[in-house]
Write a protein that binds this ligand. Sequence first.
Ligand code: SF4
Length: 362
Amino acid sequence: MKHTDTEVIRNALLVWYRRSQRDLPWRKTTDPYKIWVSEVMLQQTQVKTVIPYYLDFIRTWPTLNDLASASDQAVLKKWEGLGYYARARNLHNACIRVARDMNGDIPVTFDGFRQLPGVGDYIASAVMSIAHGLPHAVVDGNVKRVLARLHCIDIPINQSSAHKHFKTQASALLGNADPGSFNQAVMELGALVCTPKNPNCAECPIQKACKAHDRQEVAAFPKRLKKAPVPVHHIAIGVIRNNGRVLITRRQPTGLLGGLWEFPGGKVKAGESAEDACVREIKEETGLRVTIDSYLTQVKHAYTHFKIRMDVFYCSRHSDRVTLNGPVDHAWVSLEELPDFAFPKANLKFIPALEISDDKPH
Ligand code: SF4
């Protein structure tokens, strides 16, 4: 592409962005901490879901030092329902490191910021360009889609080598004048105009430069590799009642849903009934012998790479001593105390239906 074409596209996008950008809470600040929090939340989650979480998070911990002083349980509780909990753990750990080792000052260079836990190319580019005007191009799903259509790029956007190619393309468009606004402009165009389905090309500020539009091939871009079908795991878990309390266990601090609390249970093996799996998993994880009292419900939930179908049972225990194998902690809690703990979304789907006033079978 010629230099002049690049200039025309850049200016058209910036003019459009200044006129059409959404009024979002993190756009009212230049505080790198707040921009960092917003970008971490936005990395895997839609804007409308993020807004209330962001406002609540910033109200609770308005500065980096406030967040660094918080307990990991409090941070996970605030993140509850937002998913991808490693994001919260990494952000918290990074803030602790900045508060402890850097006098609370977030690094002002891309490489310095990139050293912190959970700060990858996207977060570093977004925060450094928006907060400090550094010329680092962001590449997310919206950016890839816009660029794939703009240049008719054949590389599948979900191919592992795609990031490097799109980063080069995005960097070529970026310029030095206002990289923070430009990055946000491309992402905003992808969110509002160049949408995955039915893009609004008639209103697009870069329509004249768009190759896919010119060739009437918009629907053919971006290209994607076919994904393998998503596996569905069958899970069985137990609500073990004990004098008006139930047993919850805490997952290991790292890995999927790390650090969250849950009801004990696990995967149903091939040929095994959900009831047998529930009894077996509870014995393996907690050492408790239980029997099934009754069936509560089935919950379905989709994660990025798999789905779960979870059968939930009320159980009675026939032994007292909890010996953990896998979980790192346990607690017997009342219904009133359950909201104090951070749970995965799949657990939150049945918790409101719980009745645990006695130990008798339903
Ligand atoms: Fe996307 Fe259409 Fe604009 Fe091309 S013209 S960038 S396909 S909205």
